[in-house]
Ligand binder design. Structure first.
Ligand code: 5GP
Length: 216
């Protein structure tokens, strides 16, 4: 049970900070679909929408998939220290909004972030209590197939993403959990299990509530 919902006759009283769940994967591992699926499936879990200077792919919507901004606007936000982390990935800039992150976690909602390995490293320094999850495809061959199937990137871009993926995978040891995304349904269940188990950790429990209820 979410500690936020333990007491208060139907009233939600935030008793703990939201968890910070950071998901990284080489591009093409299916992480974005996975994260979005999760946010629909698990209540009290919010997907963090990043800022990016990348052009929208077909079907992507501003404010839903990303906040699409120009490079000058992005750099202005960097100077104003609006980002909890930001990084250049595949020629484009990506950043996580610090204010949104803080507000969401302060209100007791768990936050799911989809960031590259550089972003995850920065977040780990800033939020050592975060939960770091690495997603891999079943094989490098399947990764290549998935990158090609996306059809929205040019062949050179696909090749480059494939080379970068190899480098990114070297960072697997920095993560707490591993999910192999073979079938999306199974991978979603794996991620859901991580979220549900992490919510039950004693370190996240409202210890004052336990003392008041059972030890007085
Ligand atoms: P794509 O362009 O394929 O949507 O994303 C490319 C990469 O950027 C992915 O590895 C994705 O995780 C990463 N990414 C997306 N949002 C952020 C962010 O806010 N910060 C960082 N560091 N990486 C991000």
């Amino acid at each position: 049970m979410n500690a936020a919902q333990l007491k208060g006759k139907g009233k939600i009283i935030p008793k703990r900070r939201g968890l910070l769940l950071v998901v990284s994967a080489p591009s093409g591992a299916g992480k974005t679909t996975l994260c979005r699926e999760m946010a629909h499936r698990v209540s009290g879990l919010q997907y963090s929408i990043s800022y990016t200077t990348r052009a929208p792919r077909t079907g992507e919507v501003n404010g839903k998939d990303y906040f699409f901004v120009t490079e000058p606007e992005f750099m202005q936000r960097v100077r104003q220290e609006e980002f909890a982390e930001w990084a250049r990935v595949h020629h484009n800039l990506y950043g996580t909004h610090a204010g949104f992150l803080k507000r969401t976690m302060d209100s007791g909602i768990d936050l799911l972030l989809d960031v590259d390995v550089q972003g995850a490293q920065l977040l780990k320094k800033r939020f050592p209590e975060g939960i770091f999850i690495f997603v891999l495809p079943p094989s490098m061959e399947i990764l290549m197939e998935r990158l090609r199937d996306r059809r929205s990137d040019a062949p050179e871009e696909i090749e480059r993403r494939f080379r970068v993926a190899k480098k990114e995978i070297r960072n697997f040891v920095d993560y707490d959990y591993l999910i192999i995304n073979d079938k999306i349904e199974k991978a979603t269940r794996d991620l859901e299990s991580i979220v549900l188990a992490e919510r039950l950790r004693m370190t996240h429990a409202d210890q004052n509530w336990i003392r008041e209820q059972f030890l007085k």
